[in-house]
Design a protein around this ligand. Sequence first.
Ligand SMILES: Cc1cc2nc3c(=O)[nH]c(=O)nc-3n(C[C@H](O)[C@H](O)[C@H](O)COP(=O)(O)OP(=O)(O)OC[C@H]3O[C@@H](n4cnc5c(N)ncnc54)[C@H](O)[C@@H]3O)c2cc1C
Length: 455
Amino acid sequence: MSRNMEADVVIVGAGLSGMIAARTVLAAGLTPLVLEADTRVGGRILTEEVAPGLPVEIGAQWIGDTHERMFALAAELDVETFPQYEEGETSYELVGSGVLRENDFHTRYADELASLERVFRELDQLAAEVPVDAPWLAPRADAWDAITAGAWYDAQGLSVVARTLLEICTVGILAVPTVEVSFLHLLFTIQTCGVTSELFAESEGGAQTTRFVGGTSEIPRRLAALITDHIVLEAPVQLIEHSADSVTVHCRGGITARGRRVIVAVSPTLAGRIMYDPPLSGVRDQLTQRMPNGSSMKAFFVYDEPFWRADGLNGQLISDIGPARMSNDTCIPGDDHGVLLLFLEGQQARTFGRMPTGERRSALTAELVRHYGDKAAHPEFYVDGEWSDRQWTRGCYNANLGPLVWTTYGAALSAPIGAIHWASTDTATYWSAYMEGAVEAGERAARAVIAELTR
Ligand SMILES: Cc1cc2nc3c(=O)[nH]c(=O)nc-3n(C[C@H](O)[C@H](O)[C@H](O)COP(=O)(O)OP(=O)(O)OC[C@H]3O[C@@H](n4cnc5c(N)ncnc54)[C@H](O)[C@@H]3O)c2cc1C
């Protein structure tokens, strides 16, 4: 059934970025209208109950100490937080080491770990030269964008153990192998987050210190409640007609929304699948053809208790055998269950994501048994979540840029085109790829639109 709607600012996508943009527009006295393709808000944030009262995060889970906007948003929405469980040792198995506890691993590989520290410091120094709002202007941008992160890593003279650990840490952030990513993009990613110690999962603290009571989806759910009259679900945007001062946005199913500006708050890959009339420049389209989303899936094993804690383990593992390269203890305070989260990222997600669930679960169970013993073989519940099959996400955690993309096309990433503005975490300059970045990008796009419309 056709339906014509009007607003000052039409927003594509009710993820965090789109809804923050809508709220900011509304607060400025303008009318937003958010068109969301899916049956729910939240996008890459998705909490599911694995058992009654036991939420697990299929999507985003943590915030870190420097995620100021997310802490402020949680406080405003009255969503309480709790700290990530960190007590005990990490369990390692790398390059034929067998399963080793953290202290033993650190003793045996002290030299390798020291060399890795030196690489992290070098990365921090190089990243500090990258302007986050224009990485292509870094003094050595051309050279850094001409090689992959993997090639730079290979040239550091690291031992096999150190190089393997570095790969695992980096794939844990980018969700693609380092041979697929420009070195400039890696430095940009580090710089948007501060320093490597904030970013890499091996470090304490950083991006994974804090979780949300009731699940991360409480954030988009409560945010949506504040702007509920301005959100339409099941409205996939297919075509944006635009001029310098107006837009008409057409959705599958017959909704047409007219506005003075549009903010497209979806990942660049999905933004590139919308039709634009008149068509966008070749530069913009070539960019969105070159910003693929990563590959990651999360698998949760739920036990009657967190038995690994009694053994002095923190629930984290690091393995190059896998299938999962990393894990976390994701128990809920006040609930007796033990919950382990295993990450399949990059090639692991691509390979194991295609398997029948039973086979994937068996392979992951065998890994858990190696690290945590036979008790790990008998979970009460198992659930996993894949993202590339989801039509309105098509991979995660975010978009990564391969060699030569930043320096050739990067300027087109967030530059408005007439009445069209761009948001989503993939356009952020602070904690890009994270929820914090989604908020920053939504605010930035909304502020730009407000400035134009209230001039
Ligand atoms: C498995 C996983 C784990 C993660 N872990 C963390 C974490 O621990 N901490 C952290 O900070 N971040 C994490 N992230 C990243 C975080 O989820 C994202 O940075 C953030 O949610 C992105 O928000 P967004 O609004 O920019 O994009 P999205 O959430 O992708 O929102 C885009 C919205 O647009 C909709 N849409 C798409 N196409 C159309 C269309 N044509 N028409 C209308 N609507 C459309 C989508 O349905 C979606 O709702 C994780 C993500 C995943 C998937």
